[in-house]
Design a binder for this molecule. Structure first.
Ligand code: OSB
Ligand code: MG
Length: 369
């Protein structure tokens, strides 16, 4: 498979509802799409970096030159044995996994399309025909607003609720949610807003039989999570900390977590996501697929990933309409009344691209090849 041309497009899309985490509130996304052309076909990827370097070190503005100047030149004009070759070709880049992953996932899509097979099959997935879905609900302006949102998501069939927390919006809010919804699968995500000095406070969350507490401590600190996990009954789920399979091995060895959230971008694409999955599976640690407010391409890649066998917990992959008035793919991603997404059998990531719509929301474009 020879890669002849690579095109980057930055698209701007307003969110249907703002999304607030412990680190910022987002009203819209600036997303980079990666198109790779070769052997007469195109593959597409989406860079999952945020608009600011707050979740991790990457942002839309850093991802563009990283792909253009460092990642793309490594594969452009080169004949690849398979998409598996892309990860090692860009592994000399320190960090910037989301930028690398946008290119890597595009080449997996291209390879699947050239072979005429669905992406989920290409990556060795297909353990399930429908993936179980949860939702991630941001910090709201009031507890009443949060309760109302949760009620709506449950009515739509979603199987578990994740609520974002931060200091000042944590134990008391979780208590109100638990009182109102005693039977639901509930979890929270702190996006690194606490330190070990808060261990006593976080311990109060044990009262609410949460499925897990996601990434309470620093984005790069597995050791403190191990100390905290020893004090909590609730399983810790690591997100930000797990940037590659070796981190997963270390976290598991240190008993820093009971569950791992896998995000394609955070681990630089499908090859490493599969390795994280395999490490966790061998250790009996369940995983689920995280989200980064993706548009349709990234969402479709997540669906494929979540068909690997150890993705046994509902993930943060949900319907397009929760994010966008109009998505960049056809049809939009939809859920069943019981909170699953059915996988598709079309080649590649399985959805058609709305290229006219993409052209209309493109604010920056550059090609090489
Ligand atoms: O920590 O999982 C996270 C969104 C942006 C940055 C970080 C996270 C999230 C989410 C949203 O929780 C998941 C989604 O609905 O895409
Ligand atoms: Mg998270």
């Amino acid at each position: 498979m020879k890669i002849d041309r690579i095109t980057l497009r930055q698209i701007r899309m307003p969110l249907v509802h703002f999304f607030e985490t412990s680190f910022s509130r987002t009203y819209g996304r600036d997303i980079i799409l990666v198109q790779v052309e070769g052997e007469g076909a195109s593959g597409w990827g989406e860079i999952t970096a945020g608009e600011n370097p707050f979740y991790n070190e990457e942002w839309t503005g850093s991802a563009w030159p990283i792909v253009r100047d460092y990642a793309a030149p490594r594969v452009l004009g080169r004949t690849l044995g398979s998409a598996q070759d892309v990860f090692p070709l860009t592994a000399h880049i320190r960090g910037h996994n989301m930028a690398r992953g946008g290119l890597e996932t595009a080449i997996w899509d291209l390879e699947a399309r050239l072979e005429g097979v669905p992406l989920w099959r290409k990556i060795g997935g297909g353990a399930r025909r429908e993936i179980p879905c949860g939702v991630s609900i941001g910090i709201q302006d009031s507890v009443e607003q949060l309760l109302e949102k949760i009620e709506g998501e449950l009515a739509d069939g979603y199987q578990r609720i994740k609520m974002k927390i931060k200091p000042g919006w944590d134990v008391d809010v979780v208590r109100r949610v638990r009182e109102r919804f005693p039977g639901i699968k509930l979890m929270c995500d702190a996006n690194s807003a606490y330190t070990l000095a808060d261990a006593g406070h976080l311990k109060k969350l044990d009262d609410f039989y949460l499925m897990m507490i996601e990434q309470p401590l620093a984005h790069d600190d597995i050791i403190d999570h191990a100390v905290l996990q020893a004090r909590l009954n609730t399983p810790i789920c690591l997100d930000e900390c797990i940037r590659d399979a070796h981190h997963a091995e270390q976290a598991i060895r240190l008993r820093a977590c009971g569950i791992i959230n896998i995000k394609l971008g955070r681990v630089a694409g499908f090859a490493e996501a599969k390795r994280v999955h395999d490490v966790a599976q061998a250790a009996g640690i369940p995983v689920w697929c995280g989200g980064m407010l993706e548009a349709g391409i990234g969402r479709a890649h997540n669906i494929a990933l979540a068909t690997l066998p150890n993705f046994v917990l509902p993930g943060d992959v949900s319907a397009s309409k929760r994010y966008w008035k109009q998505d960049i793919i056809h049809p939009a991603v939809e859920t069943t009344p019981y909170g699953t997404i059915a996988i598709r059998d079309d080649p590649g990531f399985g959805y058609a691209l709305d290229t006219d719509f993409i052209a209309g929301i493109t604010v920056r474009e550059e090609s090489a090849g």
